[in-house]
Design a protein around this ligand. Structure first.
Ligand code: PLP
Length: 451
């Protein structure tokens, strides 16, 4: 019998560990049951708590909606709160977006976005188009479909027999794959690979291409070169392939724009969003359709063939409605832009350490890649577990980070994601940066023994 096995963390890697229990949160801080305070620089798991913790107003919103109605017979009714929210969601989206539909998790949002793309291709008579192109080193969700479309090798591992139905291309990850090239040359290399992938997979069978604007947890906040998405958009248009932006992590202001893809001057056809859409106060996610797609559904009087019991849930709508108002009323996008610059400047100072190979990211989705050798970019051996060591030490000092691995070849490679709530202020940024300075220095001193 494993003594410390908790039901709630049955999926956690260390079954023998005593995990602290959180009692409550306030702003960027969480407090455990022995009164210890943690600065949540991971915003839940991860990049969820965009408005911070413990917002009592949302409790009031949920309470009020629960007293009215929590679920609808959606085969026959809608409601004012749901329709108002979906309108608001559409107007929060990039220009040209027309329809929205909510579900409960990022996985569901991505899966339904893919299904909407497949249904659209069938509606316009492109019945052969059934393949989705995606990129290695991206995470798109944990269902079999989204794992297959996703590119995280260690998450796909045990499902290998059910996967490999779709083509993948390289990520736009210049630090590792664009050595010695200018941004322009590297972008052209990526685009050439995309075209080769389309051509070698029968272009008339490709329905959509999906990507995260900035690769979040899988690579540790890797943005593409400046013109990458503009060129991707052009190729998609040339071949009749839909562009789906997976904004589960980058949406709702995380990069300083309502949706992350807007940073790169591109309008996708479909957006999948989740996490920050509710700030973590309710399980909520959404798909958003550009009018190019929505009009086809309307002209064909075709309903979207997705469906979940909790789709377009009124409580979710009430929470989502509050979140959009809160982002606007509190100028959160401006705060992300200002605090993002401040945090990045602070993280850049960590580049003086031998084991900090790269500091990157956009807005408040920032990452550090940890390397054994800064100049050759050689990763640490797996057994060093450097990301986890730094995470543990930071936790001891009251800061929660989000460690990740596999950024070199799916197995090797360590990075840390830093993505505090969008409400974070300067002194909290300095607290995160100060703790990182300390724990990286500690790790470097400990490592010098075993280098
Ligand atoms: N897509 C991206 C980019 C994500 O980061 C995640 C989760 O981390 C998902 C999809 C899946 O979201 P969920 O865990 O809510 O199912």
């Amino acid at each position: 019998m494993i003594k410390n096995l908790l039901h709630s963390i049955i999926v956690c890697p260390d079954w023998t560990k005593n995990y602290p229990k959180i009692e409550y949160g306030k702003g960027v801080y969480l407090y455990d049951n022995v009164g210890k305070r943690y600065l949540d620089a991971s915003s839940g798991s991860a990049a969820v708590s965009n408005l911070g913790h413990g917002l009592t107003e949302i409790g009031d919103v949920i309470n009020e909606q629960v007293r009215k109605a929590t679920i609808l017979p959606t085969h026959t009714f809608s409601s004012e709160i749901v329709e108002t929210y979906l309108e608001k969601l559409v107007s929060f989206s990039p220009k040209g977006f027309k329809r929205a539909w909510t579900c409960m998790s990022g996985t569901e949002a991505v899966e339904n976005s893919l299904k909407a793309a497949l249904q659209y291709q069938q509606l316009i008579g492109q019945n052969k188009r059934h393949k989705i192109i995606s990129r290695w080193f991206s995470y798109h969700g944990n269902s079999i479909f989204t794992l297959d479309v996703g590119g995280m090798k260690y998450r796909r591992g045990m499902y290998e027999k059910w996967l490999h139905n779709f083509p993948h291309i390289s990520p736009a990850y210049k630090y590792r794959y664009g050595e010695g090239m200018t941004d322009g040359e590297y972008t052209d290399w990526c685009i050439k690979e995309f075209i080769q992938c389309i051509e070698s997979n029968d272009p008339d069978t490709i329905a959509a291409f999906i990507a995260e604007p900035v690769v979040g947890a899988a690579l540790g906040a890797v943005p593409p070169p400046k013109d990458y998405f503009k060129k991707i958009r052009k190729i998609c248009d040339n071949y009749g392939i839909l562009l789906i932006s997976d904004e589960v992590m980058t949406g709702f202001g995380r990069l300083g724009t309502p949706f992350g893809i807007e940073k790169f001057g591109v309008t996708p056809d479909i957006i999948a969003s989740g996490k920050g859409i509710s700030g973590g106060y309710f399980p909520l996610s959404a798909i958003l359709l550009h009018e190019r797609i929505a009009n086809t559904f309307e002209e064909n009087q075709s309903s979207f063939k997705g469906g979940h019991t909790f789709a377009c849930n009124p409580v979710g709508a009430a929470v989502g409605n509050f979140v959009i108002d809160y982002i606007k009323d509190n100028n959160l996008l401006k705060n992300v832009n200002n605090m993002g610059i401040c945090l990045k400047q602070q993280l850049k100072e960590l580049e003086k350490f031998e084991l900090v190979g790269d500091v990157r990211g956009e807005g408040l989705l920032l990452g550090i890649e940890l390397v054994k050798d800064k100049y050759t970019k050689q990763p640490f051996p797996i057994e060093n577990d450097i990301g986890q060591r730094i995470f543990n030490d930071a936790l001891k000092h009251g800061v929660i980070l989000y460690p990740g691995k596999g950024s070199v070849d799916g197995v090797l490679g360590n990075h840390i994601l830093i993505c505090p709530p969008l409400t974070v202020n300067k002194s909290e940024i300095l607290e995160i940066a100060g703790t990182l300075q300390l724990v990286i220095k500690n790790a470097e001193e400990a490592m010098s023994i075993s280098y």
